[in-house]
Ligand binder design. Structure first.
Ligand code: FHN
Length: 445
């Protein structure tokens, strides 16, 4: 009897404290949790840290590659890199201004690097002294200021967090990321006494809507640890959204999972857009020039038209667009980025109805210059025209409901349309409402 009671107690204890497997969540629960993120469609990525100080230049020489990797690419020893941290004093940082720029661009969420691979944290961490309060002269909690500004404006704040860490002695990797020269690095100790406590702190202090992991490819990190971390985080904050780089699922830069049941909620194509639609959630992260972190000589800016075309293509394929800015060490977002974001905002002000909270359609395009999205209630198809030869558009795969009006977003009067064989011919207005890409709103049957 005694034994049975003991067994029952052990069983009850295990059930109460066993980690719930959130990766087995029902489709309905996942849909509810992902809803705001799917509807949001457009977010701002911010790569910011001490690498903005060298801004791509080391010992007077231009360093190849992306700016935030300068410590690794130029093989800068830790004590030397720490000098950049001591110089990181972004006096012109204004969280409200950053949030204003994102909001005016039509972005609904911000993902900022709480900690990139260099290990330097942008918040006041109790776990570490390698952070903005203890190691830099700035002494203002950047994540706190941003989180307050985001709350005031209804923008969701999310954190990028690197699993790989080039500064923590125990995180030294067997791969080529060996900056610490630690005699006996202890990955589990780094994970349990540094990385996880920092993540807990981020959740408790700033309540981020998404944790966006990266640097997961080192051999010390496994799918098993990824799943454990995923479940541990969701147990603390059940509605948290986590990208697929929490585990080992992603396939290189294409970013989607290589195998079923990988940890994480969405795929992460990097610097590319999926070829077509997908059954799983995904988000393309992309730069506006060639670097994530600020590089002062990188002036290879994409045009506003190209950025808007990307947004349209991604929305039509059912994804999200996470567009990066790399602020300068002064705290300012580069003017070239600000201008492009303003253009995108102008376009979305008129055409946002065809982008946010829409659904992808099986046939998401017709030719190169037409993309489609569908309103959530299936009432309307939006045909987004990214170029036209004359002022007539012929569409094959969509037919307006008999007697319905076809409208262009931003234009008052309905547009003349008629069937020509099995195609619909729509007459565009001579005065178009935006400089690029126009949306036809077509009522479905
Ligand atoms: O190494 C990083 C890189 O610096 C940047 O943060 C991008 C953003 O997705 N991710 C990495 C590589 O996949």
């Amino acid at each position: 009897m005694k034994y049975r009671i003991l067994l029952l107690a052990v069983l009850m204890y295990n059930t109460a404290f066993a980690q719930k497997d959130y990766t087995m969540e029902s489709k309905a629960d996942k849909d509810a949790r992902m809803q705001w993120w799917r509807d949001a469609t457009f977010g701002m990525f911010i790569h910011w840290g001490a690498y903005a100080v060298p801004a791509g230049i080391y010992k007077g020489k231009e360093v190849q590659g992306v700016g935030e990797w300068i410590m690794h690419t130029a093989n800068i020893p830790i004590p030397e890199y720490e000098a950049y941290v001591r110089q990181f004093n972004p006096q012109q940082f204004n969280a409200k201004e950053w949030v204003r720029i994102a909001k005016q661009a039509g972005m609904k969420y911000i993902v900022i690097t709480s900690k990139h691979h260099d290990g330097f944290g942008l918040w006041d961490s109790r776990v570490s002294s390698y952070d903005i309060m203890d190691a830099s002269p700035f002494k203002r909690d950047i994540l706190k200021e941003l989180s307050e500004a985001c709350k005031a404006e209804g923008i969701k704040l999310c954190f990028y967090h690197s699993i790989m860490d080039w500064h923590q002695p125990d995180a030294e990797s067997k791969k080529e990321y060996t900056h610490q020269h630690t005699e006996k690095p202890d990955w589990n100790r780094y994970r349990d006494t540094y990385m996880k406590p920092q993540l807990k702190e981020l959740l408790e202090k700033y309540d981020p809507a998404v944790l966006w992991f990266d640097g997961e490819w080192i051999p010390e990190w496994t799918e098993e640890q990824g799943k454990e971390l995923y479940n541990w985080l969701r147990a603390m904050k059940p509605d948290l959204i986590i990208n697929n780089r929490v585990g080992k699922g992603r396939q290189g830069m294409q970013g989607m999972n290589a195998y079923a049941h990988a940890a994480g909620d969405f795929g992460t194509p990097e610097q590319e857009i999926l070829e077509g639609t997908s059954d799983t959630d995904w988000e393309s992260c992309m730069t506006m020039n060639d670097s994530w972190g600020f590089k002062k000589n990188d002036l290879n800016w994409k045009s506003s038209k190209m950025l808007i075309d990307n947004l349209i293509d991604i929305a039509a394929k059912g994804g999200n667009y996470l567009l990066n800015v790399g602020p300068e060490s002064t705290g300012l977002i580069p003017q070239a980025s600000v201008e492009r974001l303003a253009e995108m905002g102008k376009w979305l002000n008129v055409n946002g109805e065809a982008i946010y909270a829409t659904k992808a359609r099986k046939q998401y395009k017709e030719g190169d210059q037409v993309r489609f999205t569908v309103s959530k209630d299936d009432q309307f198809t939006y045909a987004i025209i990214t170029g036209h030869k004359d002022y007539k558009v012929l569409l094959q795969s969509v037919k307006p409901a008999a007697g319905s009006k076809v409208r262009m977003l931003g234009v008052k009067s309905p547009l003349p349309w008629k069937m020509v064989g099995d195609q619909v011919e729509i007459q565009l207005p001579l005065k178009l409402p935006t400089d690029y890409a126009w949306v036809l709103k077509i009522q479905n049957n």
